[in-house]
Design a protein around this ligand. Structure first.
Ligand code: SAM
Length: 211
């Protein structure tokens, strides 16, 4: 078993229930920006991250960490000296993340502003961008801004971008639009899964070679 399959012990049942209820409540208030009824499972989180493969000094950025299932796996795989920044729009989740992961950094704001946020915090360009953003339900203008930000971060580097799309939403117009735009902006792409041990099942998408 390699490090990527061991990382991120599954959270306790009580925590999953608490997070699930809180997450569902946020979904009811903001269905478009939350985009899911439950947090990702540890299986989807591990598949999304794969092998983090970061060197000391390198940065991983996570878009939309929510209640932190992907963050927990990333923390376990982060080598000494490597850095992490989560960018979360929802104040309630941002507050929960800063309490739950006091050793990690979180920015309250939109991933669409990633280049400004990194510049403000004097951070280097990221080697990995992990995204939980619900691209299938984000307004097209926000989708475009986020994609421009991803490309600006990764162009001319060996870095990559990883996200997931739910199987049931894979054919939706906004999901197809996102993949078509990413295909134009990246040289290489791989699809992993579906990961069935998640509610709902999801594909992981990885893009590298930003143009
Ligand atoms: C589908 S949930 C995923 C949460 C978590 N990553 C997971 O896998 O369980 C989407 C998350 O993206 C956040 N979000 C939505 N739009 C955002 C934006 N423009 N910038 C940053 N976070 C955003 C939501 O608040 C929510 O936490």
């Amino acid at each position: 078993m390699d490090a990527s399959t061991r990382a991120g012990a599954p959270p306790s049942k009580a925590r999953r229930l608490r997070d699930g209820l809180g997450f569902f409540g946020s979904f009811l208030k903001n269905p478009g920006s939350i985009g899911a009824v439950l947090p990702s499972s540890v299986y989807l989180s591990r598949a999304l991250i794969g092998r983090l493969d970061l060197q000391p000094g390198e940065l991983v950025v996570e878009f939309g960490p929510g209640t932190g299932p992907v963050t927990a796996v990333a923390r376990d795989l982060l080598p000494k000296g490597a850095r992490y920044l989560g960018i979360e729009l929802e104040p309630r989740f941002h507050q929960l993340l800063t309490k739950r992961f006091p050793e990690m950094d979180f920015h309250l704001g939109s991933a669409a502003k990633v280049t400004d946020i990194l510049a403000e915090r004097k951070l280097p360009r990221p080697t990995r961008i992990l995204s939980g953003l619900p691209f299938a339900t984000l307004p097209p203008g926000v989708q475009d801004e986020v994609i421009d930000g991803i490309v600006a971060c990764l162009r001319g580097t060996h870095g990559d971008f990883r996200t997931f799309q739910y199987v049931h939403a894979f054919g939706m117009k906004a999901a197809r639009r996102f993949r078509a735009m990413m295909a134009e902006r990246f040289d290489s792409f791989e699809r992993i899964g579906p990961v069935v041990r998640n509610v709902p099942p999801a594909f992981v998408l990885r893009y590298w070679g930003a143009k």
